[in-house]
Design a protein around this ligand. Structure first.
Ligand code: SF4
Length: 374
């Protein structure tokens, strides 16, 4: 099975409430032609977006349920900027367009995780054994430097990659530092370490989307898939988050999502939706990729270029820059973070990998040759 990352998101709950017409009417009235905030290239992109959305010129950019949900929590003044960056995220990887910065940056607060999910590389002992050097948490100074360099250049940021972000002891200071700096800041967590203080930190920061990773609607299956996890604790923590939000942050605009991996025949996605939808705004699933054994999987003969090479860049806790976290041991490592995100994104090492993918040589690269992402 192959999958496109951007299409692997299935929003089960947003659709019914999506006021598409209303959104389109607002977009039609937006005009940035005389704005000093945008350069000519951005103005051109915005005109293209309006054409696309209002007249369906190429059908390359659509208002998905997720985009509608994100627009609904974004100030109208910020819509043009949000849409320009969303367009870069959606369309550039398809068209293999590179500009100065990645459309999306994932920063890893921690590679350590308290879970051992069956489909995850955290089950690989050669990865988690401390002496092999993969385990650690990002220091606050490195984090702040990355945030300073990303601000104003990249609007889509995730604080998540290989481990559980809440494991980082400086997590609260980290999200405080991001406040007001990005249009779309996301955190992925298994929610097991959420407590009152962390809920307040998240709700008083610039986090726009909070993703809880879970793949089941009952304790037995949950613990089978999310090894070391207890659904009871996760539920209690998400309820705590909701009650703090309701009590102290009523006006806070934040999307909450449960996101699971489609892994087992025992999962019932309708049950999942029913179970979770009273607790979160969205329920979604991603396709399984053989993350946990990618380095020993047989080549799969896929030769299509991987869209992630044009979509996202990862910076790990120790400053390693990698093109994806499927390659969790960093065999594709681009370089060490040097304070210049643009130079890294356009660097020779990155280009070499992209060119191999473009020239039907993906199968010569490990682990790309066993990976399902296109
Ligand atoms: S391993 Fe290769 S093909 Fe898979 S996501 Fe990473 S860069 Fe893309």
């Amino acid at each position: 099975m192959v999958y496109k990352k951007k299409n692997s998101f299935i929003n089960l709950t947003g659709e019914k409430n999506a006021p598409v017409k209303l959104i389109l009417n607002k977009i039609e009235k937006l005009d940035i032609s005389n704005s000093k905030q945008f350069n000519d290239k951005q103005k051109k992109i915005f005109l293209k977006i309006k054409d696309e959305l209002l007249f369906k010129t190429n059908n390359e950019f659509n208002l998905t349920n997720n985009i509608i949900d994100e627009l609904n929590i974004t100030d109208l003044d910020d819509w043009p900027n949000y849409l320009i960056h969303r367009y870069r995220y959606e369309v550039y990887p398809d068209k293999k367009i590179l500009d100065e910065y990645p459309p999306y940056l994932q920063i890893e607060p921690s590679s350590i995780c308290n879970y051992r999910c069956v489909f995850c590389f955290e089950t690989d002992k050669s990865f988690t054994t401390k002496k092999n050097g993969y385990m650690g948490t990002m220091k606050i100074d490195l984090f702040k430097d990355i945030i300073d360099k990303a601000k104003g250049n990249i609007e889509f940021i995730s604080l998540a990659s290989r481990g559980e972000p809440l494991v980082n002891p400086e997590f609260e200071e980290m999200i405080k530092y991001t406040d007001g700096k990005f249009l779309n800041l996301k955190i992925n967590t298994n929610a097991s370490l959420l407590n009152e203080s962390k809920c307040h930190a998240i709700l008083s920061s610039g986090v726009k989307t909070l993703v809880f990773s879970a793949d089941a609607a009952d304790e037995k299956l949950y613990s089978k898939l999310r090894v070391n996890g207890k659904l009871k604790i996760v539920l209690k923590n998400i309820e705590l988050f909701n009650s703090i939000k309701e009590k102290d942050y009523k006006k806070k605009k934040i999307i909450t999502r449960v996101s699971g991996v489609k892994y087992s025949d025992e999962q019932n996605f309708q049950e999942m939706e029913k179970f979770w939808k009273s607790l979160v705004n969205q329920v979604a699933f991603v396709e399984y990729n053989p993350w946990e054994n990618i380095y020993i999987q047989k080549p799969n003969n896929i030769n299509t270029s991987c869209s992630d090479l044009w979509r996202r860049m990862f910076i790990w806790w120790d400053g390693k820059v990698n093109p994806c976290d499927t390659d969790y041991k960093s065999t594709l490592q681009i370089k060490q973070y040097n304070g210049d995100l643009s130079e890294t994104w356009l660097s020779e090492n990155y280009q070499l990998i992209r060119n191999k993918h473009l020239n039907d040589k993906r199968q010569s690269l490990k682990p790309c040759r066993s990976c399902n992402v296109i």
